[in-house]
Design a protein. Structure first.
Length: 531
């Protein structure tokens, strides 16, 4: 059996002493794909870490313009190979080629690569700080070791370990990347790595700026995130896996950035439901079914105050959910995971209004499922009733009154997003004023009158939030320059001679437009000597 090669130290080569193999599956056809990939052992992991550590030293000397050019070449290469990338990703994930892969996710990926390039070239992300009186200067600088990027299965381009947002941010901050492919789309990841290797040759950066391993045994993943040569880890996936990796990384003092579970609550205030309840039901059902519900910002829980307008919303939702066509899920294990989550919800008081079963036939699918639970039950069992069902599932919590609605908001764990729908006039202002301060610290992104599905690649975006949405509430995986700061260390220079300083900390502004904090004032100017 021939195994696809791994990418180590700039070379495609056979895995050394692999401990297993695997193949991807076409979830729309329930058919295994022909390529076979190695599960790497300790030798591949150690070789990648050694090569990545050496590359980190070289990359730290590279011009930001060269790093930016590499990222731009990656974007151009992805566009040049778009047809192949779309074909392979569609077969590995079941996601539709159009519009999802071709018109939405692929352009988003090239856009964030170009934004990262702009951030690297402009340099303000490094927060250069100069105290002329004390002759102290500091900046954010590369970590000095490679960043391991472990991507999810639901975004084969935009969150891929190669070319995705974590990759772009790590490289823009001056770090090499060791990518571990998601087993759900290894062929897509290999194509992206081929693009990146060509871009490295065109830019002149070290060839080990990117390395690719397809899969590792669980115990070796824990070794990787804690390894002395590693700079940091970026992980997107389940809470169970993320917390286990975090425990290993924390014991070794290694930074790890996690994106995990989120139910993204949506609060529908009474005035909004009286004003436009059926339209809101259509908006919510559409958001829940988008991508078969396999988005980290999928609205998993809705909350309403008991009353006739809420019953209209629930009835309209039930009709929409029951009449929808279930989409293809990402793999054979997803329907089973959804079913397990539903068991937990039902065991703690939720009732299924429609759906609730895996769909037989072509492709892995699950019925669009709507559940209902009382506010009293949610208050009694807030933890289990926030169990994430990663698919087309929505739970409506019906509070007794407005006071209980606010109490319910106080019981939510940390989430990526939280939404509040209110009357277009002033009918809901009093309740909004009570609810918003309770919900605000529990979500990374607060939305008004808008569904959370989808994440704009914007400098103002927070795709993060309190635990368990992420492992740290102060960081985002989307939004440049903020996302770059995860992969940097703060370094200070005390009375260091001017010629020995990094360019960003010298008196002359290296770009003429880079923002620096000079004696407490943000400025683009050069440092001017006193007198």
């Amino acid at each position: 059996m021939s195994l696809c090669p791994v990418l180590i130290a700039g070379e495609w080569r056979a895995a050394k002493n692999p401990v297993g193999s695997f193949a991807a599956e076409d979830p729309a056809q329930k058919k295994m794909l022909p390529e076979t990939y190695p599960v790497s052992g300790a030798e591949d992991a150690e070789a990648a870490l050694v090569a990545g550590s050496a590359a980190a030293l070289e990359l730290a000397k590279a011009s930001p313009d060269v790093i930016a050019r590499f990222l731009e070449l990656c974007a151009e290469g992805i566009e040049a190979r778009a047809n192949d990338l779309i074909r392979v990703a569609a077969s590995e994930t079941g996601l539709p080629a159009e519009p999802r892969l071709k018109s939405v996710e692929l352009p988003r990926t090239t856009n964030q690569l170009r934004q990262a390039a702009k951030g690297a070239r402009e340099r303000s992300w490094c927060r250069a700080t100069i105290d002329t009186k004390l002759n102290l200067r500091s900046r954010l600088a590369p970590l000095g070791g490679p960043v391991a990027v472990l991507g999810p299965n639901n975004f084969p381009y935009a969150f891929n370990g190669v070319a995705g947002g974590d990759f772009a941010a790590a490289v823009a901050a001056g770090n090499p990347v060791i990518a571990k492919a998601n087993p759900g789309h290894p062929g897509t990841t290999r194509l992206l790595a081929e693009v990146a290797i060509e871009a490295l040759a065109g830019s002149g950066l070290p060839r080990a700026t990117l390395q690719l391993i397809y899969h590792l045994p669980e115990e070796l993943g824990h070794v990787l995130v804690a390894h002395p040569l590693l700079g940091a880890t970026a992980f997107t996936g389940s809470r169970r896996a993320g917390l286990a990796l975090k425990e290993s990384a924390d014991r070794a003092g290694k930074p790890i950035y996690l994106e995990m579970s989120s139910v993204n609550p949506v609060f529908f205030l009474p005035g909004a439901l009286r004003e436009r309840g059926p339209a809101l039901a259509a908006e919510l059902s559409s958001s829940c079914s988008l991508g078969a519900g396999q988005f980290c910002t999928n609205p998993g829980i809705g909350a309403v105050v008991a009353g006739p307008e809420s019953e209209v919303l629930i009835a309209e939702l039930a009709r929409a959910f029951a009449g929808g066509t279930p989409g293809v899920l990402l793999g054979r294990n997803v329907p089973k995971a959804i079913a397990r989550s539903l068991e937990v919800l039902v065991a703690h008081g939720a009732g299924i209004l429609c759906g609730g079963k895996e769909v037989d036939g072509s492709g892995y699918r699950f019925e669009s499922t709507l559940l209902r639970v009382s506010g009293d039950a949610f208050v009694a069992h807030p933890g289990p009733l926030q169990t994430e069902a990663f698919g087309p599932v929505h739970l409506v919590v019906v509070a007794r009154d407005a006071a209980q609605l606010v109490a319910i908001a106080a019981l939510f764990e940390g989430n990526l997003t939280g939404s509040i729908y209110a009357h277009s006039g002033t009918d809901d202002d009093a309740l909004y004023t009570e609810l918003e301060p309770v919900l605000r610290p529990r979500v990374g992104r607060l939305l008004n009158d808008k569904m959370p599905t989808g994440v704009a690649v914007s400098a103002a975006m927070s795709h993060g939030g309190p635990y368990p949405a992420t492992g740290h509430p102060g960081f985002t995986s989307v939004g440049i320059p903020a996302s770059l700061t995860r992969f940097a260390r703060l370094e200070s220079y005390d009375a260091v001679r001017p010629a020995r300083l990094p360019a960003e900390l010298r008196d002359a502004n290296p770009t003429g437009s880079m923002w620096r904090l000079i004696d407490g004032v943000w400025s683009e100017r050069d440092v001017v000597a006193a007198g």
